[in-house]
Ligand binder design. Structure first.
Ligand code: ATP
Length: 459
């Protein structure tokens, strides 16, 4: 839940961490040029802070979500998936505390009429005088007032108060209200978790920094239900596990940290909370929160719904309301972090090359196939190889320009492997396999390609 505690709420272009200025601008422009991310409704002038993933970006984000699902659900025996509706009964949001308390403090500048998050003034700039903070430009700021971040809409044709529903501001509540359904139908014993990925909506006062803070975004959340008393151990377990997930997928440890919340940052019910933070070009900022939420959520829903959400422990013959450990991540923020961390410029053959050093599992395109020449049977053979690879993962074909240029184009979207068909391929069936990071090449028989690439990609 938004608690106003993120260490930064930066505006695009504000360097706060000593990173070279302009890295974000380079990434935003590369993302557009190479089909990773476009501005929403661009031909109509765009819609503020809304973004569309292009053909390359959609693969990247899918891979991030798949890597999360694989790790959080498939690889464990004790976490089950769920896919809940975005619109939920309005009482859900009263029970959860969102109607009363999901708000941020807002101030207006009386001069330029811009609205700012009052708790982030120290990191924001005046739109008219960008080198000054809001309120330091001669404009007076209003008193702070609370602004609820939930988007409202109406269910059915009548637009009155009785038909108000909310676009969910988090996916978590879907897991809490389905706790008993999952328990009853799946015959689970504690501890076990319920996981979900999906869209959430928050009417953020100051969205910004590309994909970092938007009003429509996707979350990857898991609620892990445990016996009270075992919560501390699981809280420690999930903090480490979630930090390690980013490192395993290639984030440099020096750009990642785990920040434990101070006592005064904690929600009244929280028994502990820590953020995994990434060092973005605009400063250290939250990627994911891991919280020990105690029994707050299940107790609230039991009270508001009148349904029993307790658990009977067959082993100890006790009945209790489970505690919950919640790792709550953002798919778009994680995608942005993987993109920023992968971005690199180096020198190859006397030229500066831009390369996205994605972990092969996250790379949008896994391999590109190039015929060395447009004759000699090279294009036909390359197409044949392409057809063999296609059912397994996204691949591209490119026969335009010098081989160096073709490699560069793939480096820019982070394709880890390049396969070149040359005269020797026609003679002995071997191709060259080029590694994006080492820029080295080896020869491999075409019949070994699928198995070898699957091994290297899924590793
Ligand atoms: P913040 O303090 O940055 O507003 P939060 O603490 O309110 O975030 P949570 O409610 O814990 O965030 O949500 C879990 C995750 O969902 C966040 O760590 C983040 O990755 C993602 N998230 C939350 N709000 C947004 C947003 N407006 N845009 C993109 N991702 C978001």
């Amino acid at each position: 839940m938004s608690d106003g505690t993120s260490t930064t709420t930066p505006q695009a272009g504000k360097g706060a961490s000593g990173e070279p200025q302009g890295k974000m601008e380079k990434i935003v422009s590369l993302a557009k040029r190479r089909g990773l991310v476009f501005q929403s409704s661009e031909i109509y002038g765009g819609l503020s802070s809304c973004w569309d993933y292009g053909p390359v970006g959609v693969e990247l984000k899918r891979n991030v979500k798949d890597a999360w699902w694989r790790e959080m659900v498939w690889s464990r025996g004790d976490v089950l998936g769920l896919d809940c509706s975005i619109l939920m009964h309005p009482r859900v949001w009263e029970a959860s505390g969102h109607v009363a308390g999901f708000s941020d403090p807002l101030v207006d500048c009386k001069k330029c009429k811009t609205r700012f998050r009052a708790d982030h003034l120290g990191q924001l700039s005046c739109p008219e005088k960008p080198d000054r903070r809001p309120g330091e430009c001669g404009g007076e700021l209003t008193e702070a007032r609370q602004f609820n971040l939930m988007f409202k809409t109406f269910m059915g044709p009548v637009e009155d108060a009785a038909n108000v529903v909310f676009m969910r501001p988090e996916t978590a509540q879907g897991m809490f209200v389905n706790f008993a359904n999952v328990l009853d139908t799946q015959r689970r014993k504690l501890p076990f978790g319920i996981a979900q990925t999906g869209k959430s909506f928050r009417n953020e006062i100051t969205p910004g920094n590309f994909l970092f803070r938007t009003r429509e975004f996707e979350q990857m959340e898991m609620e892990f239900f445990v016996k009270p008393g075992e919560d501390e151990r699981w809280y420690e377990f999930w903090k480490k596990e979630r930090y390690d997930w980013y490192v395993r997928l290639g984030i440099k440890p020096e750009n990642l940290r785990l920040r434990e919340h101070e006592k005064d940052e904690l929600a009244h019910y929280a028994r502990g909370c820590a953020d995994v933070e990434y060092k973005f070009p605009f400063g250290w900022s939250e990627l994911e929160g891991i919280a020990n939420r105690g029994d707050f959520d299940l107790r609230q829903h039991a009270e508001w719904s009148g349904k029993d959400l307790s658990y009977f422990d067959e082993d100890s013959r006790e009945r209790y309301v489970p505690y919950v450990i919640e790792p709550a991540a953002g798919a778009d923020r994680a995608t942005l972090a993987f993109l920023v961390d992968a971005y690199d410029e180096d020198e190859v053959e006397g030229e500066t090359r831009v390369v996205l050093r994605f972990h092969p599992r996250l790379a949008p395109v896994k391999a590109a196939v190039f015929p060395l020449l447009r004759k000699g049977g090279h294009p036909e053979k390359a197409q044949e190889i392409l057809a063999k690879l296609r059912p397994h993962f996204p691949v591209q074909y490119d026969q335009a320009g010098s081989i160096g240029r073709r490699y560069r184009r793939q480096d820019e979207i982070g394709t880890p492997f390049g396969i070149t068909v040359d005269h020797q391929t026609i003679e002995d069936g071997t191709v060259t396999l080029r590694d994006r990071d080492k820029t080295s090449q080896e020869r491999i028989h075409e019949s070994d390609l699928v198995a070898e690439l699957l091994r290297r990609v899924l590793g």
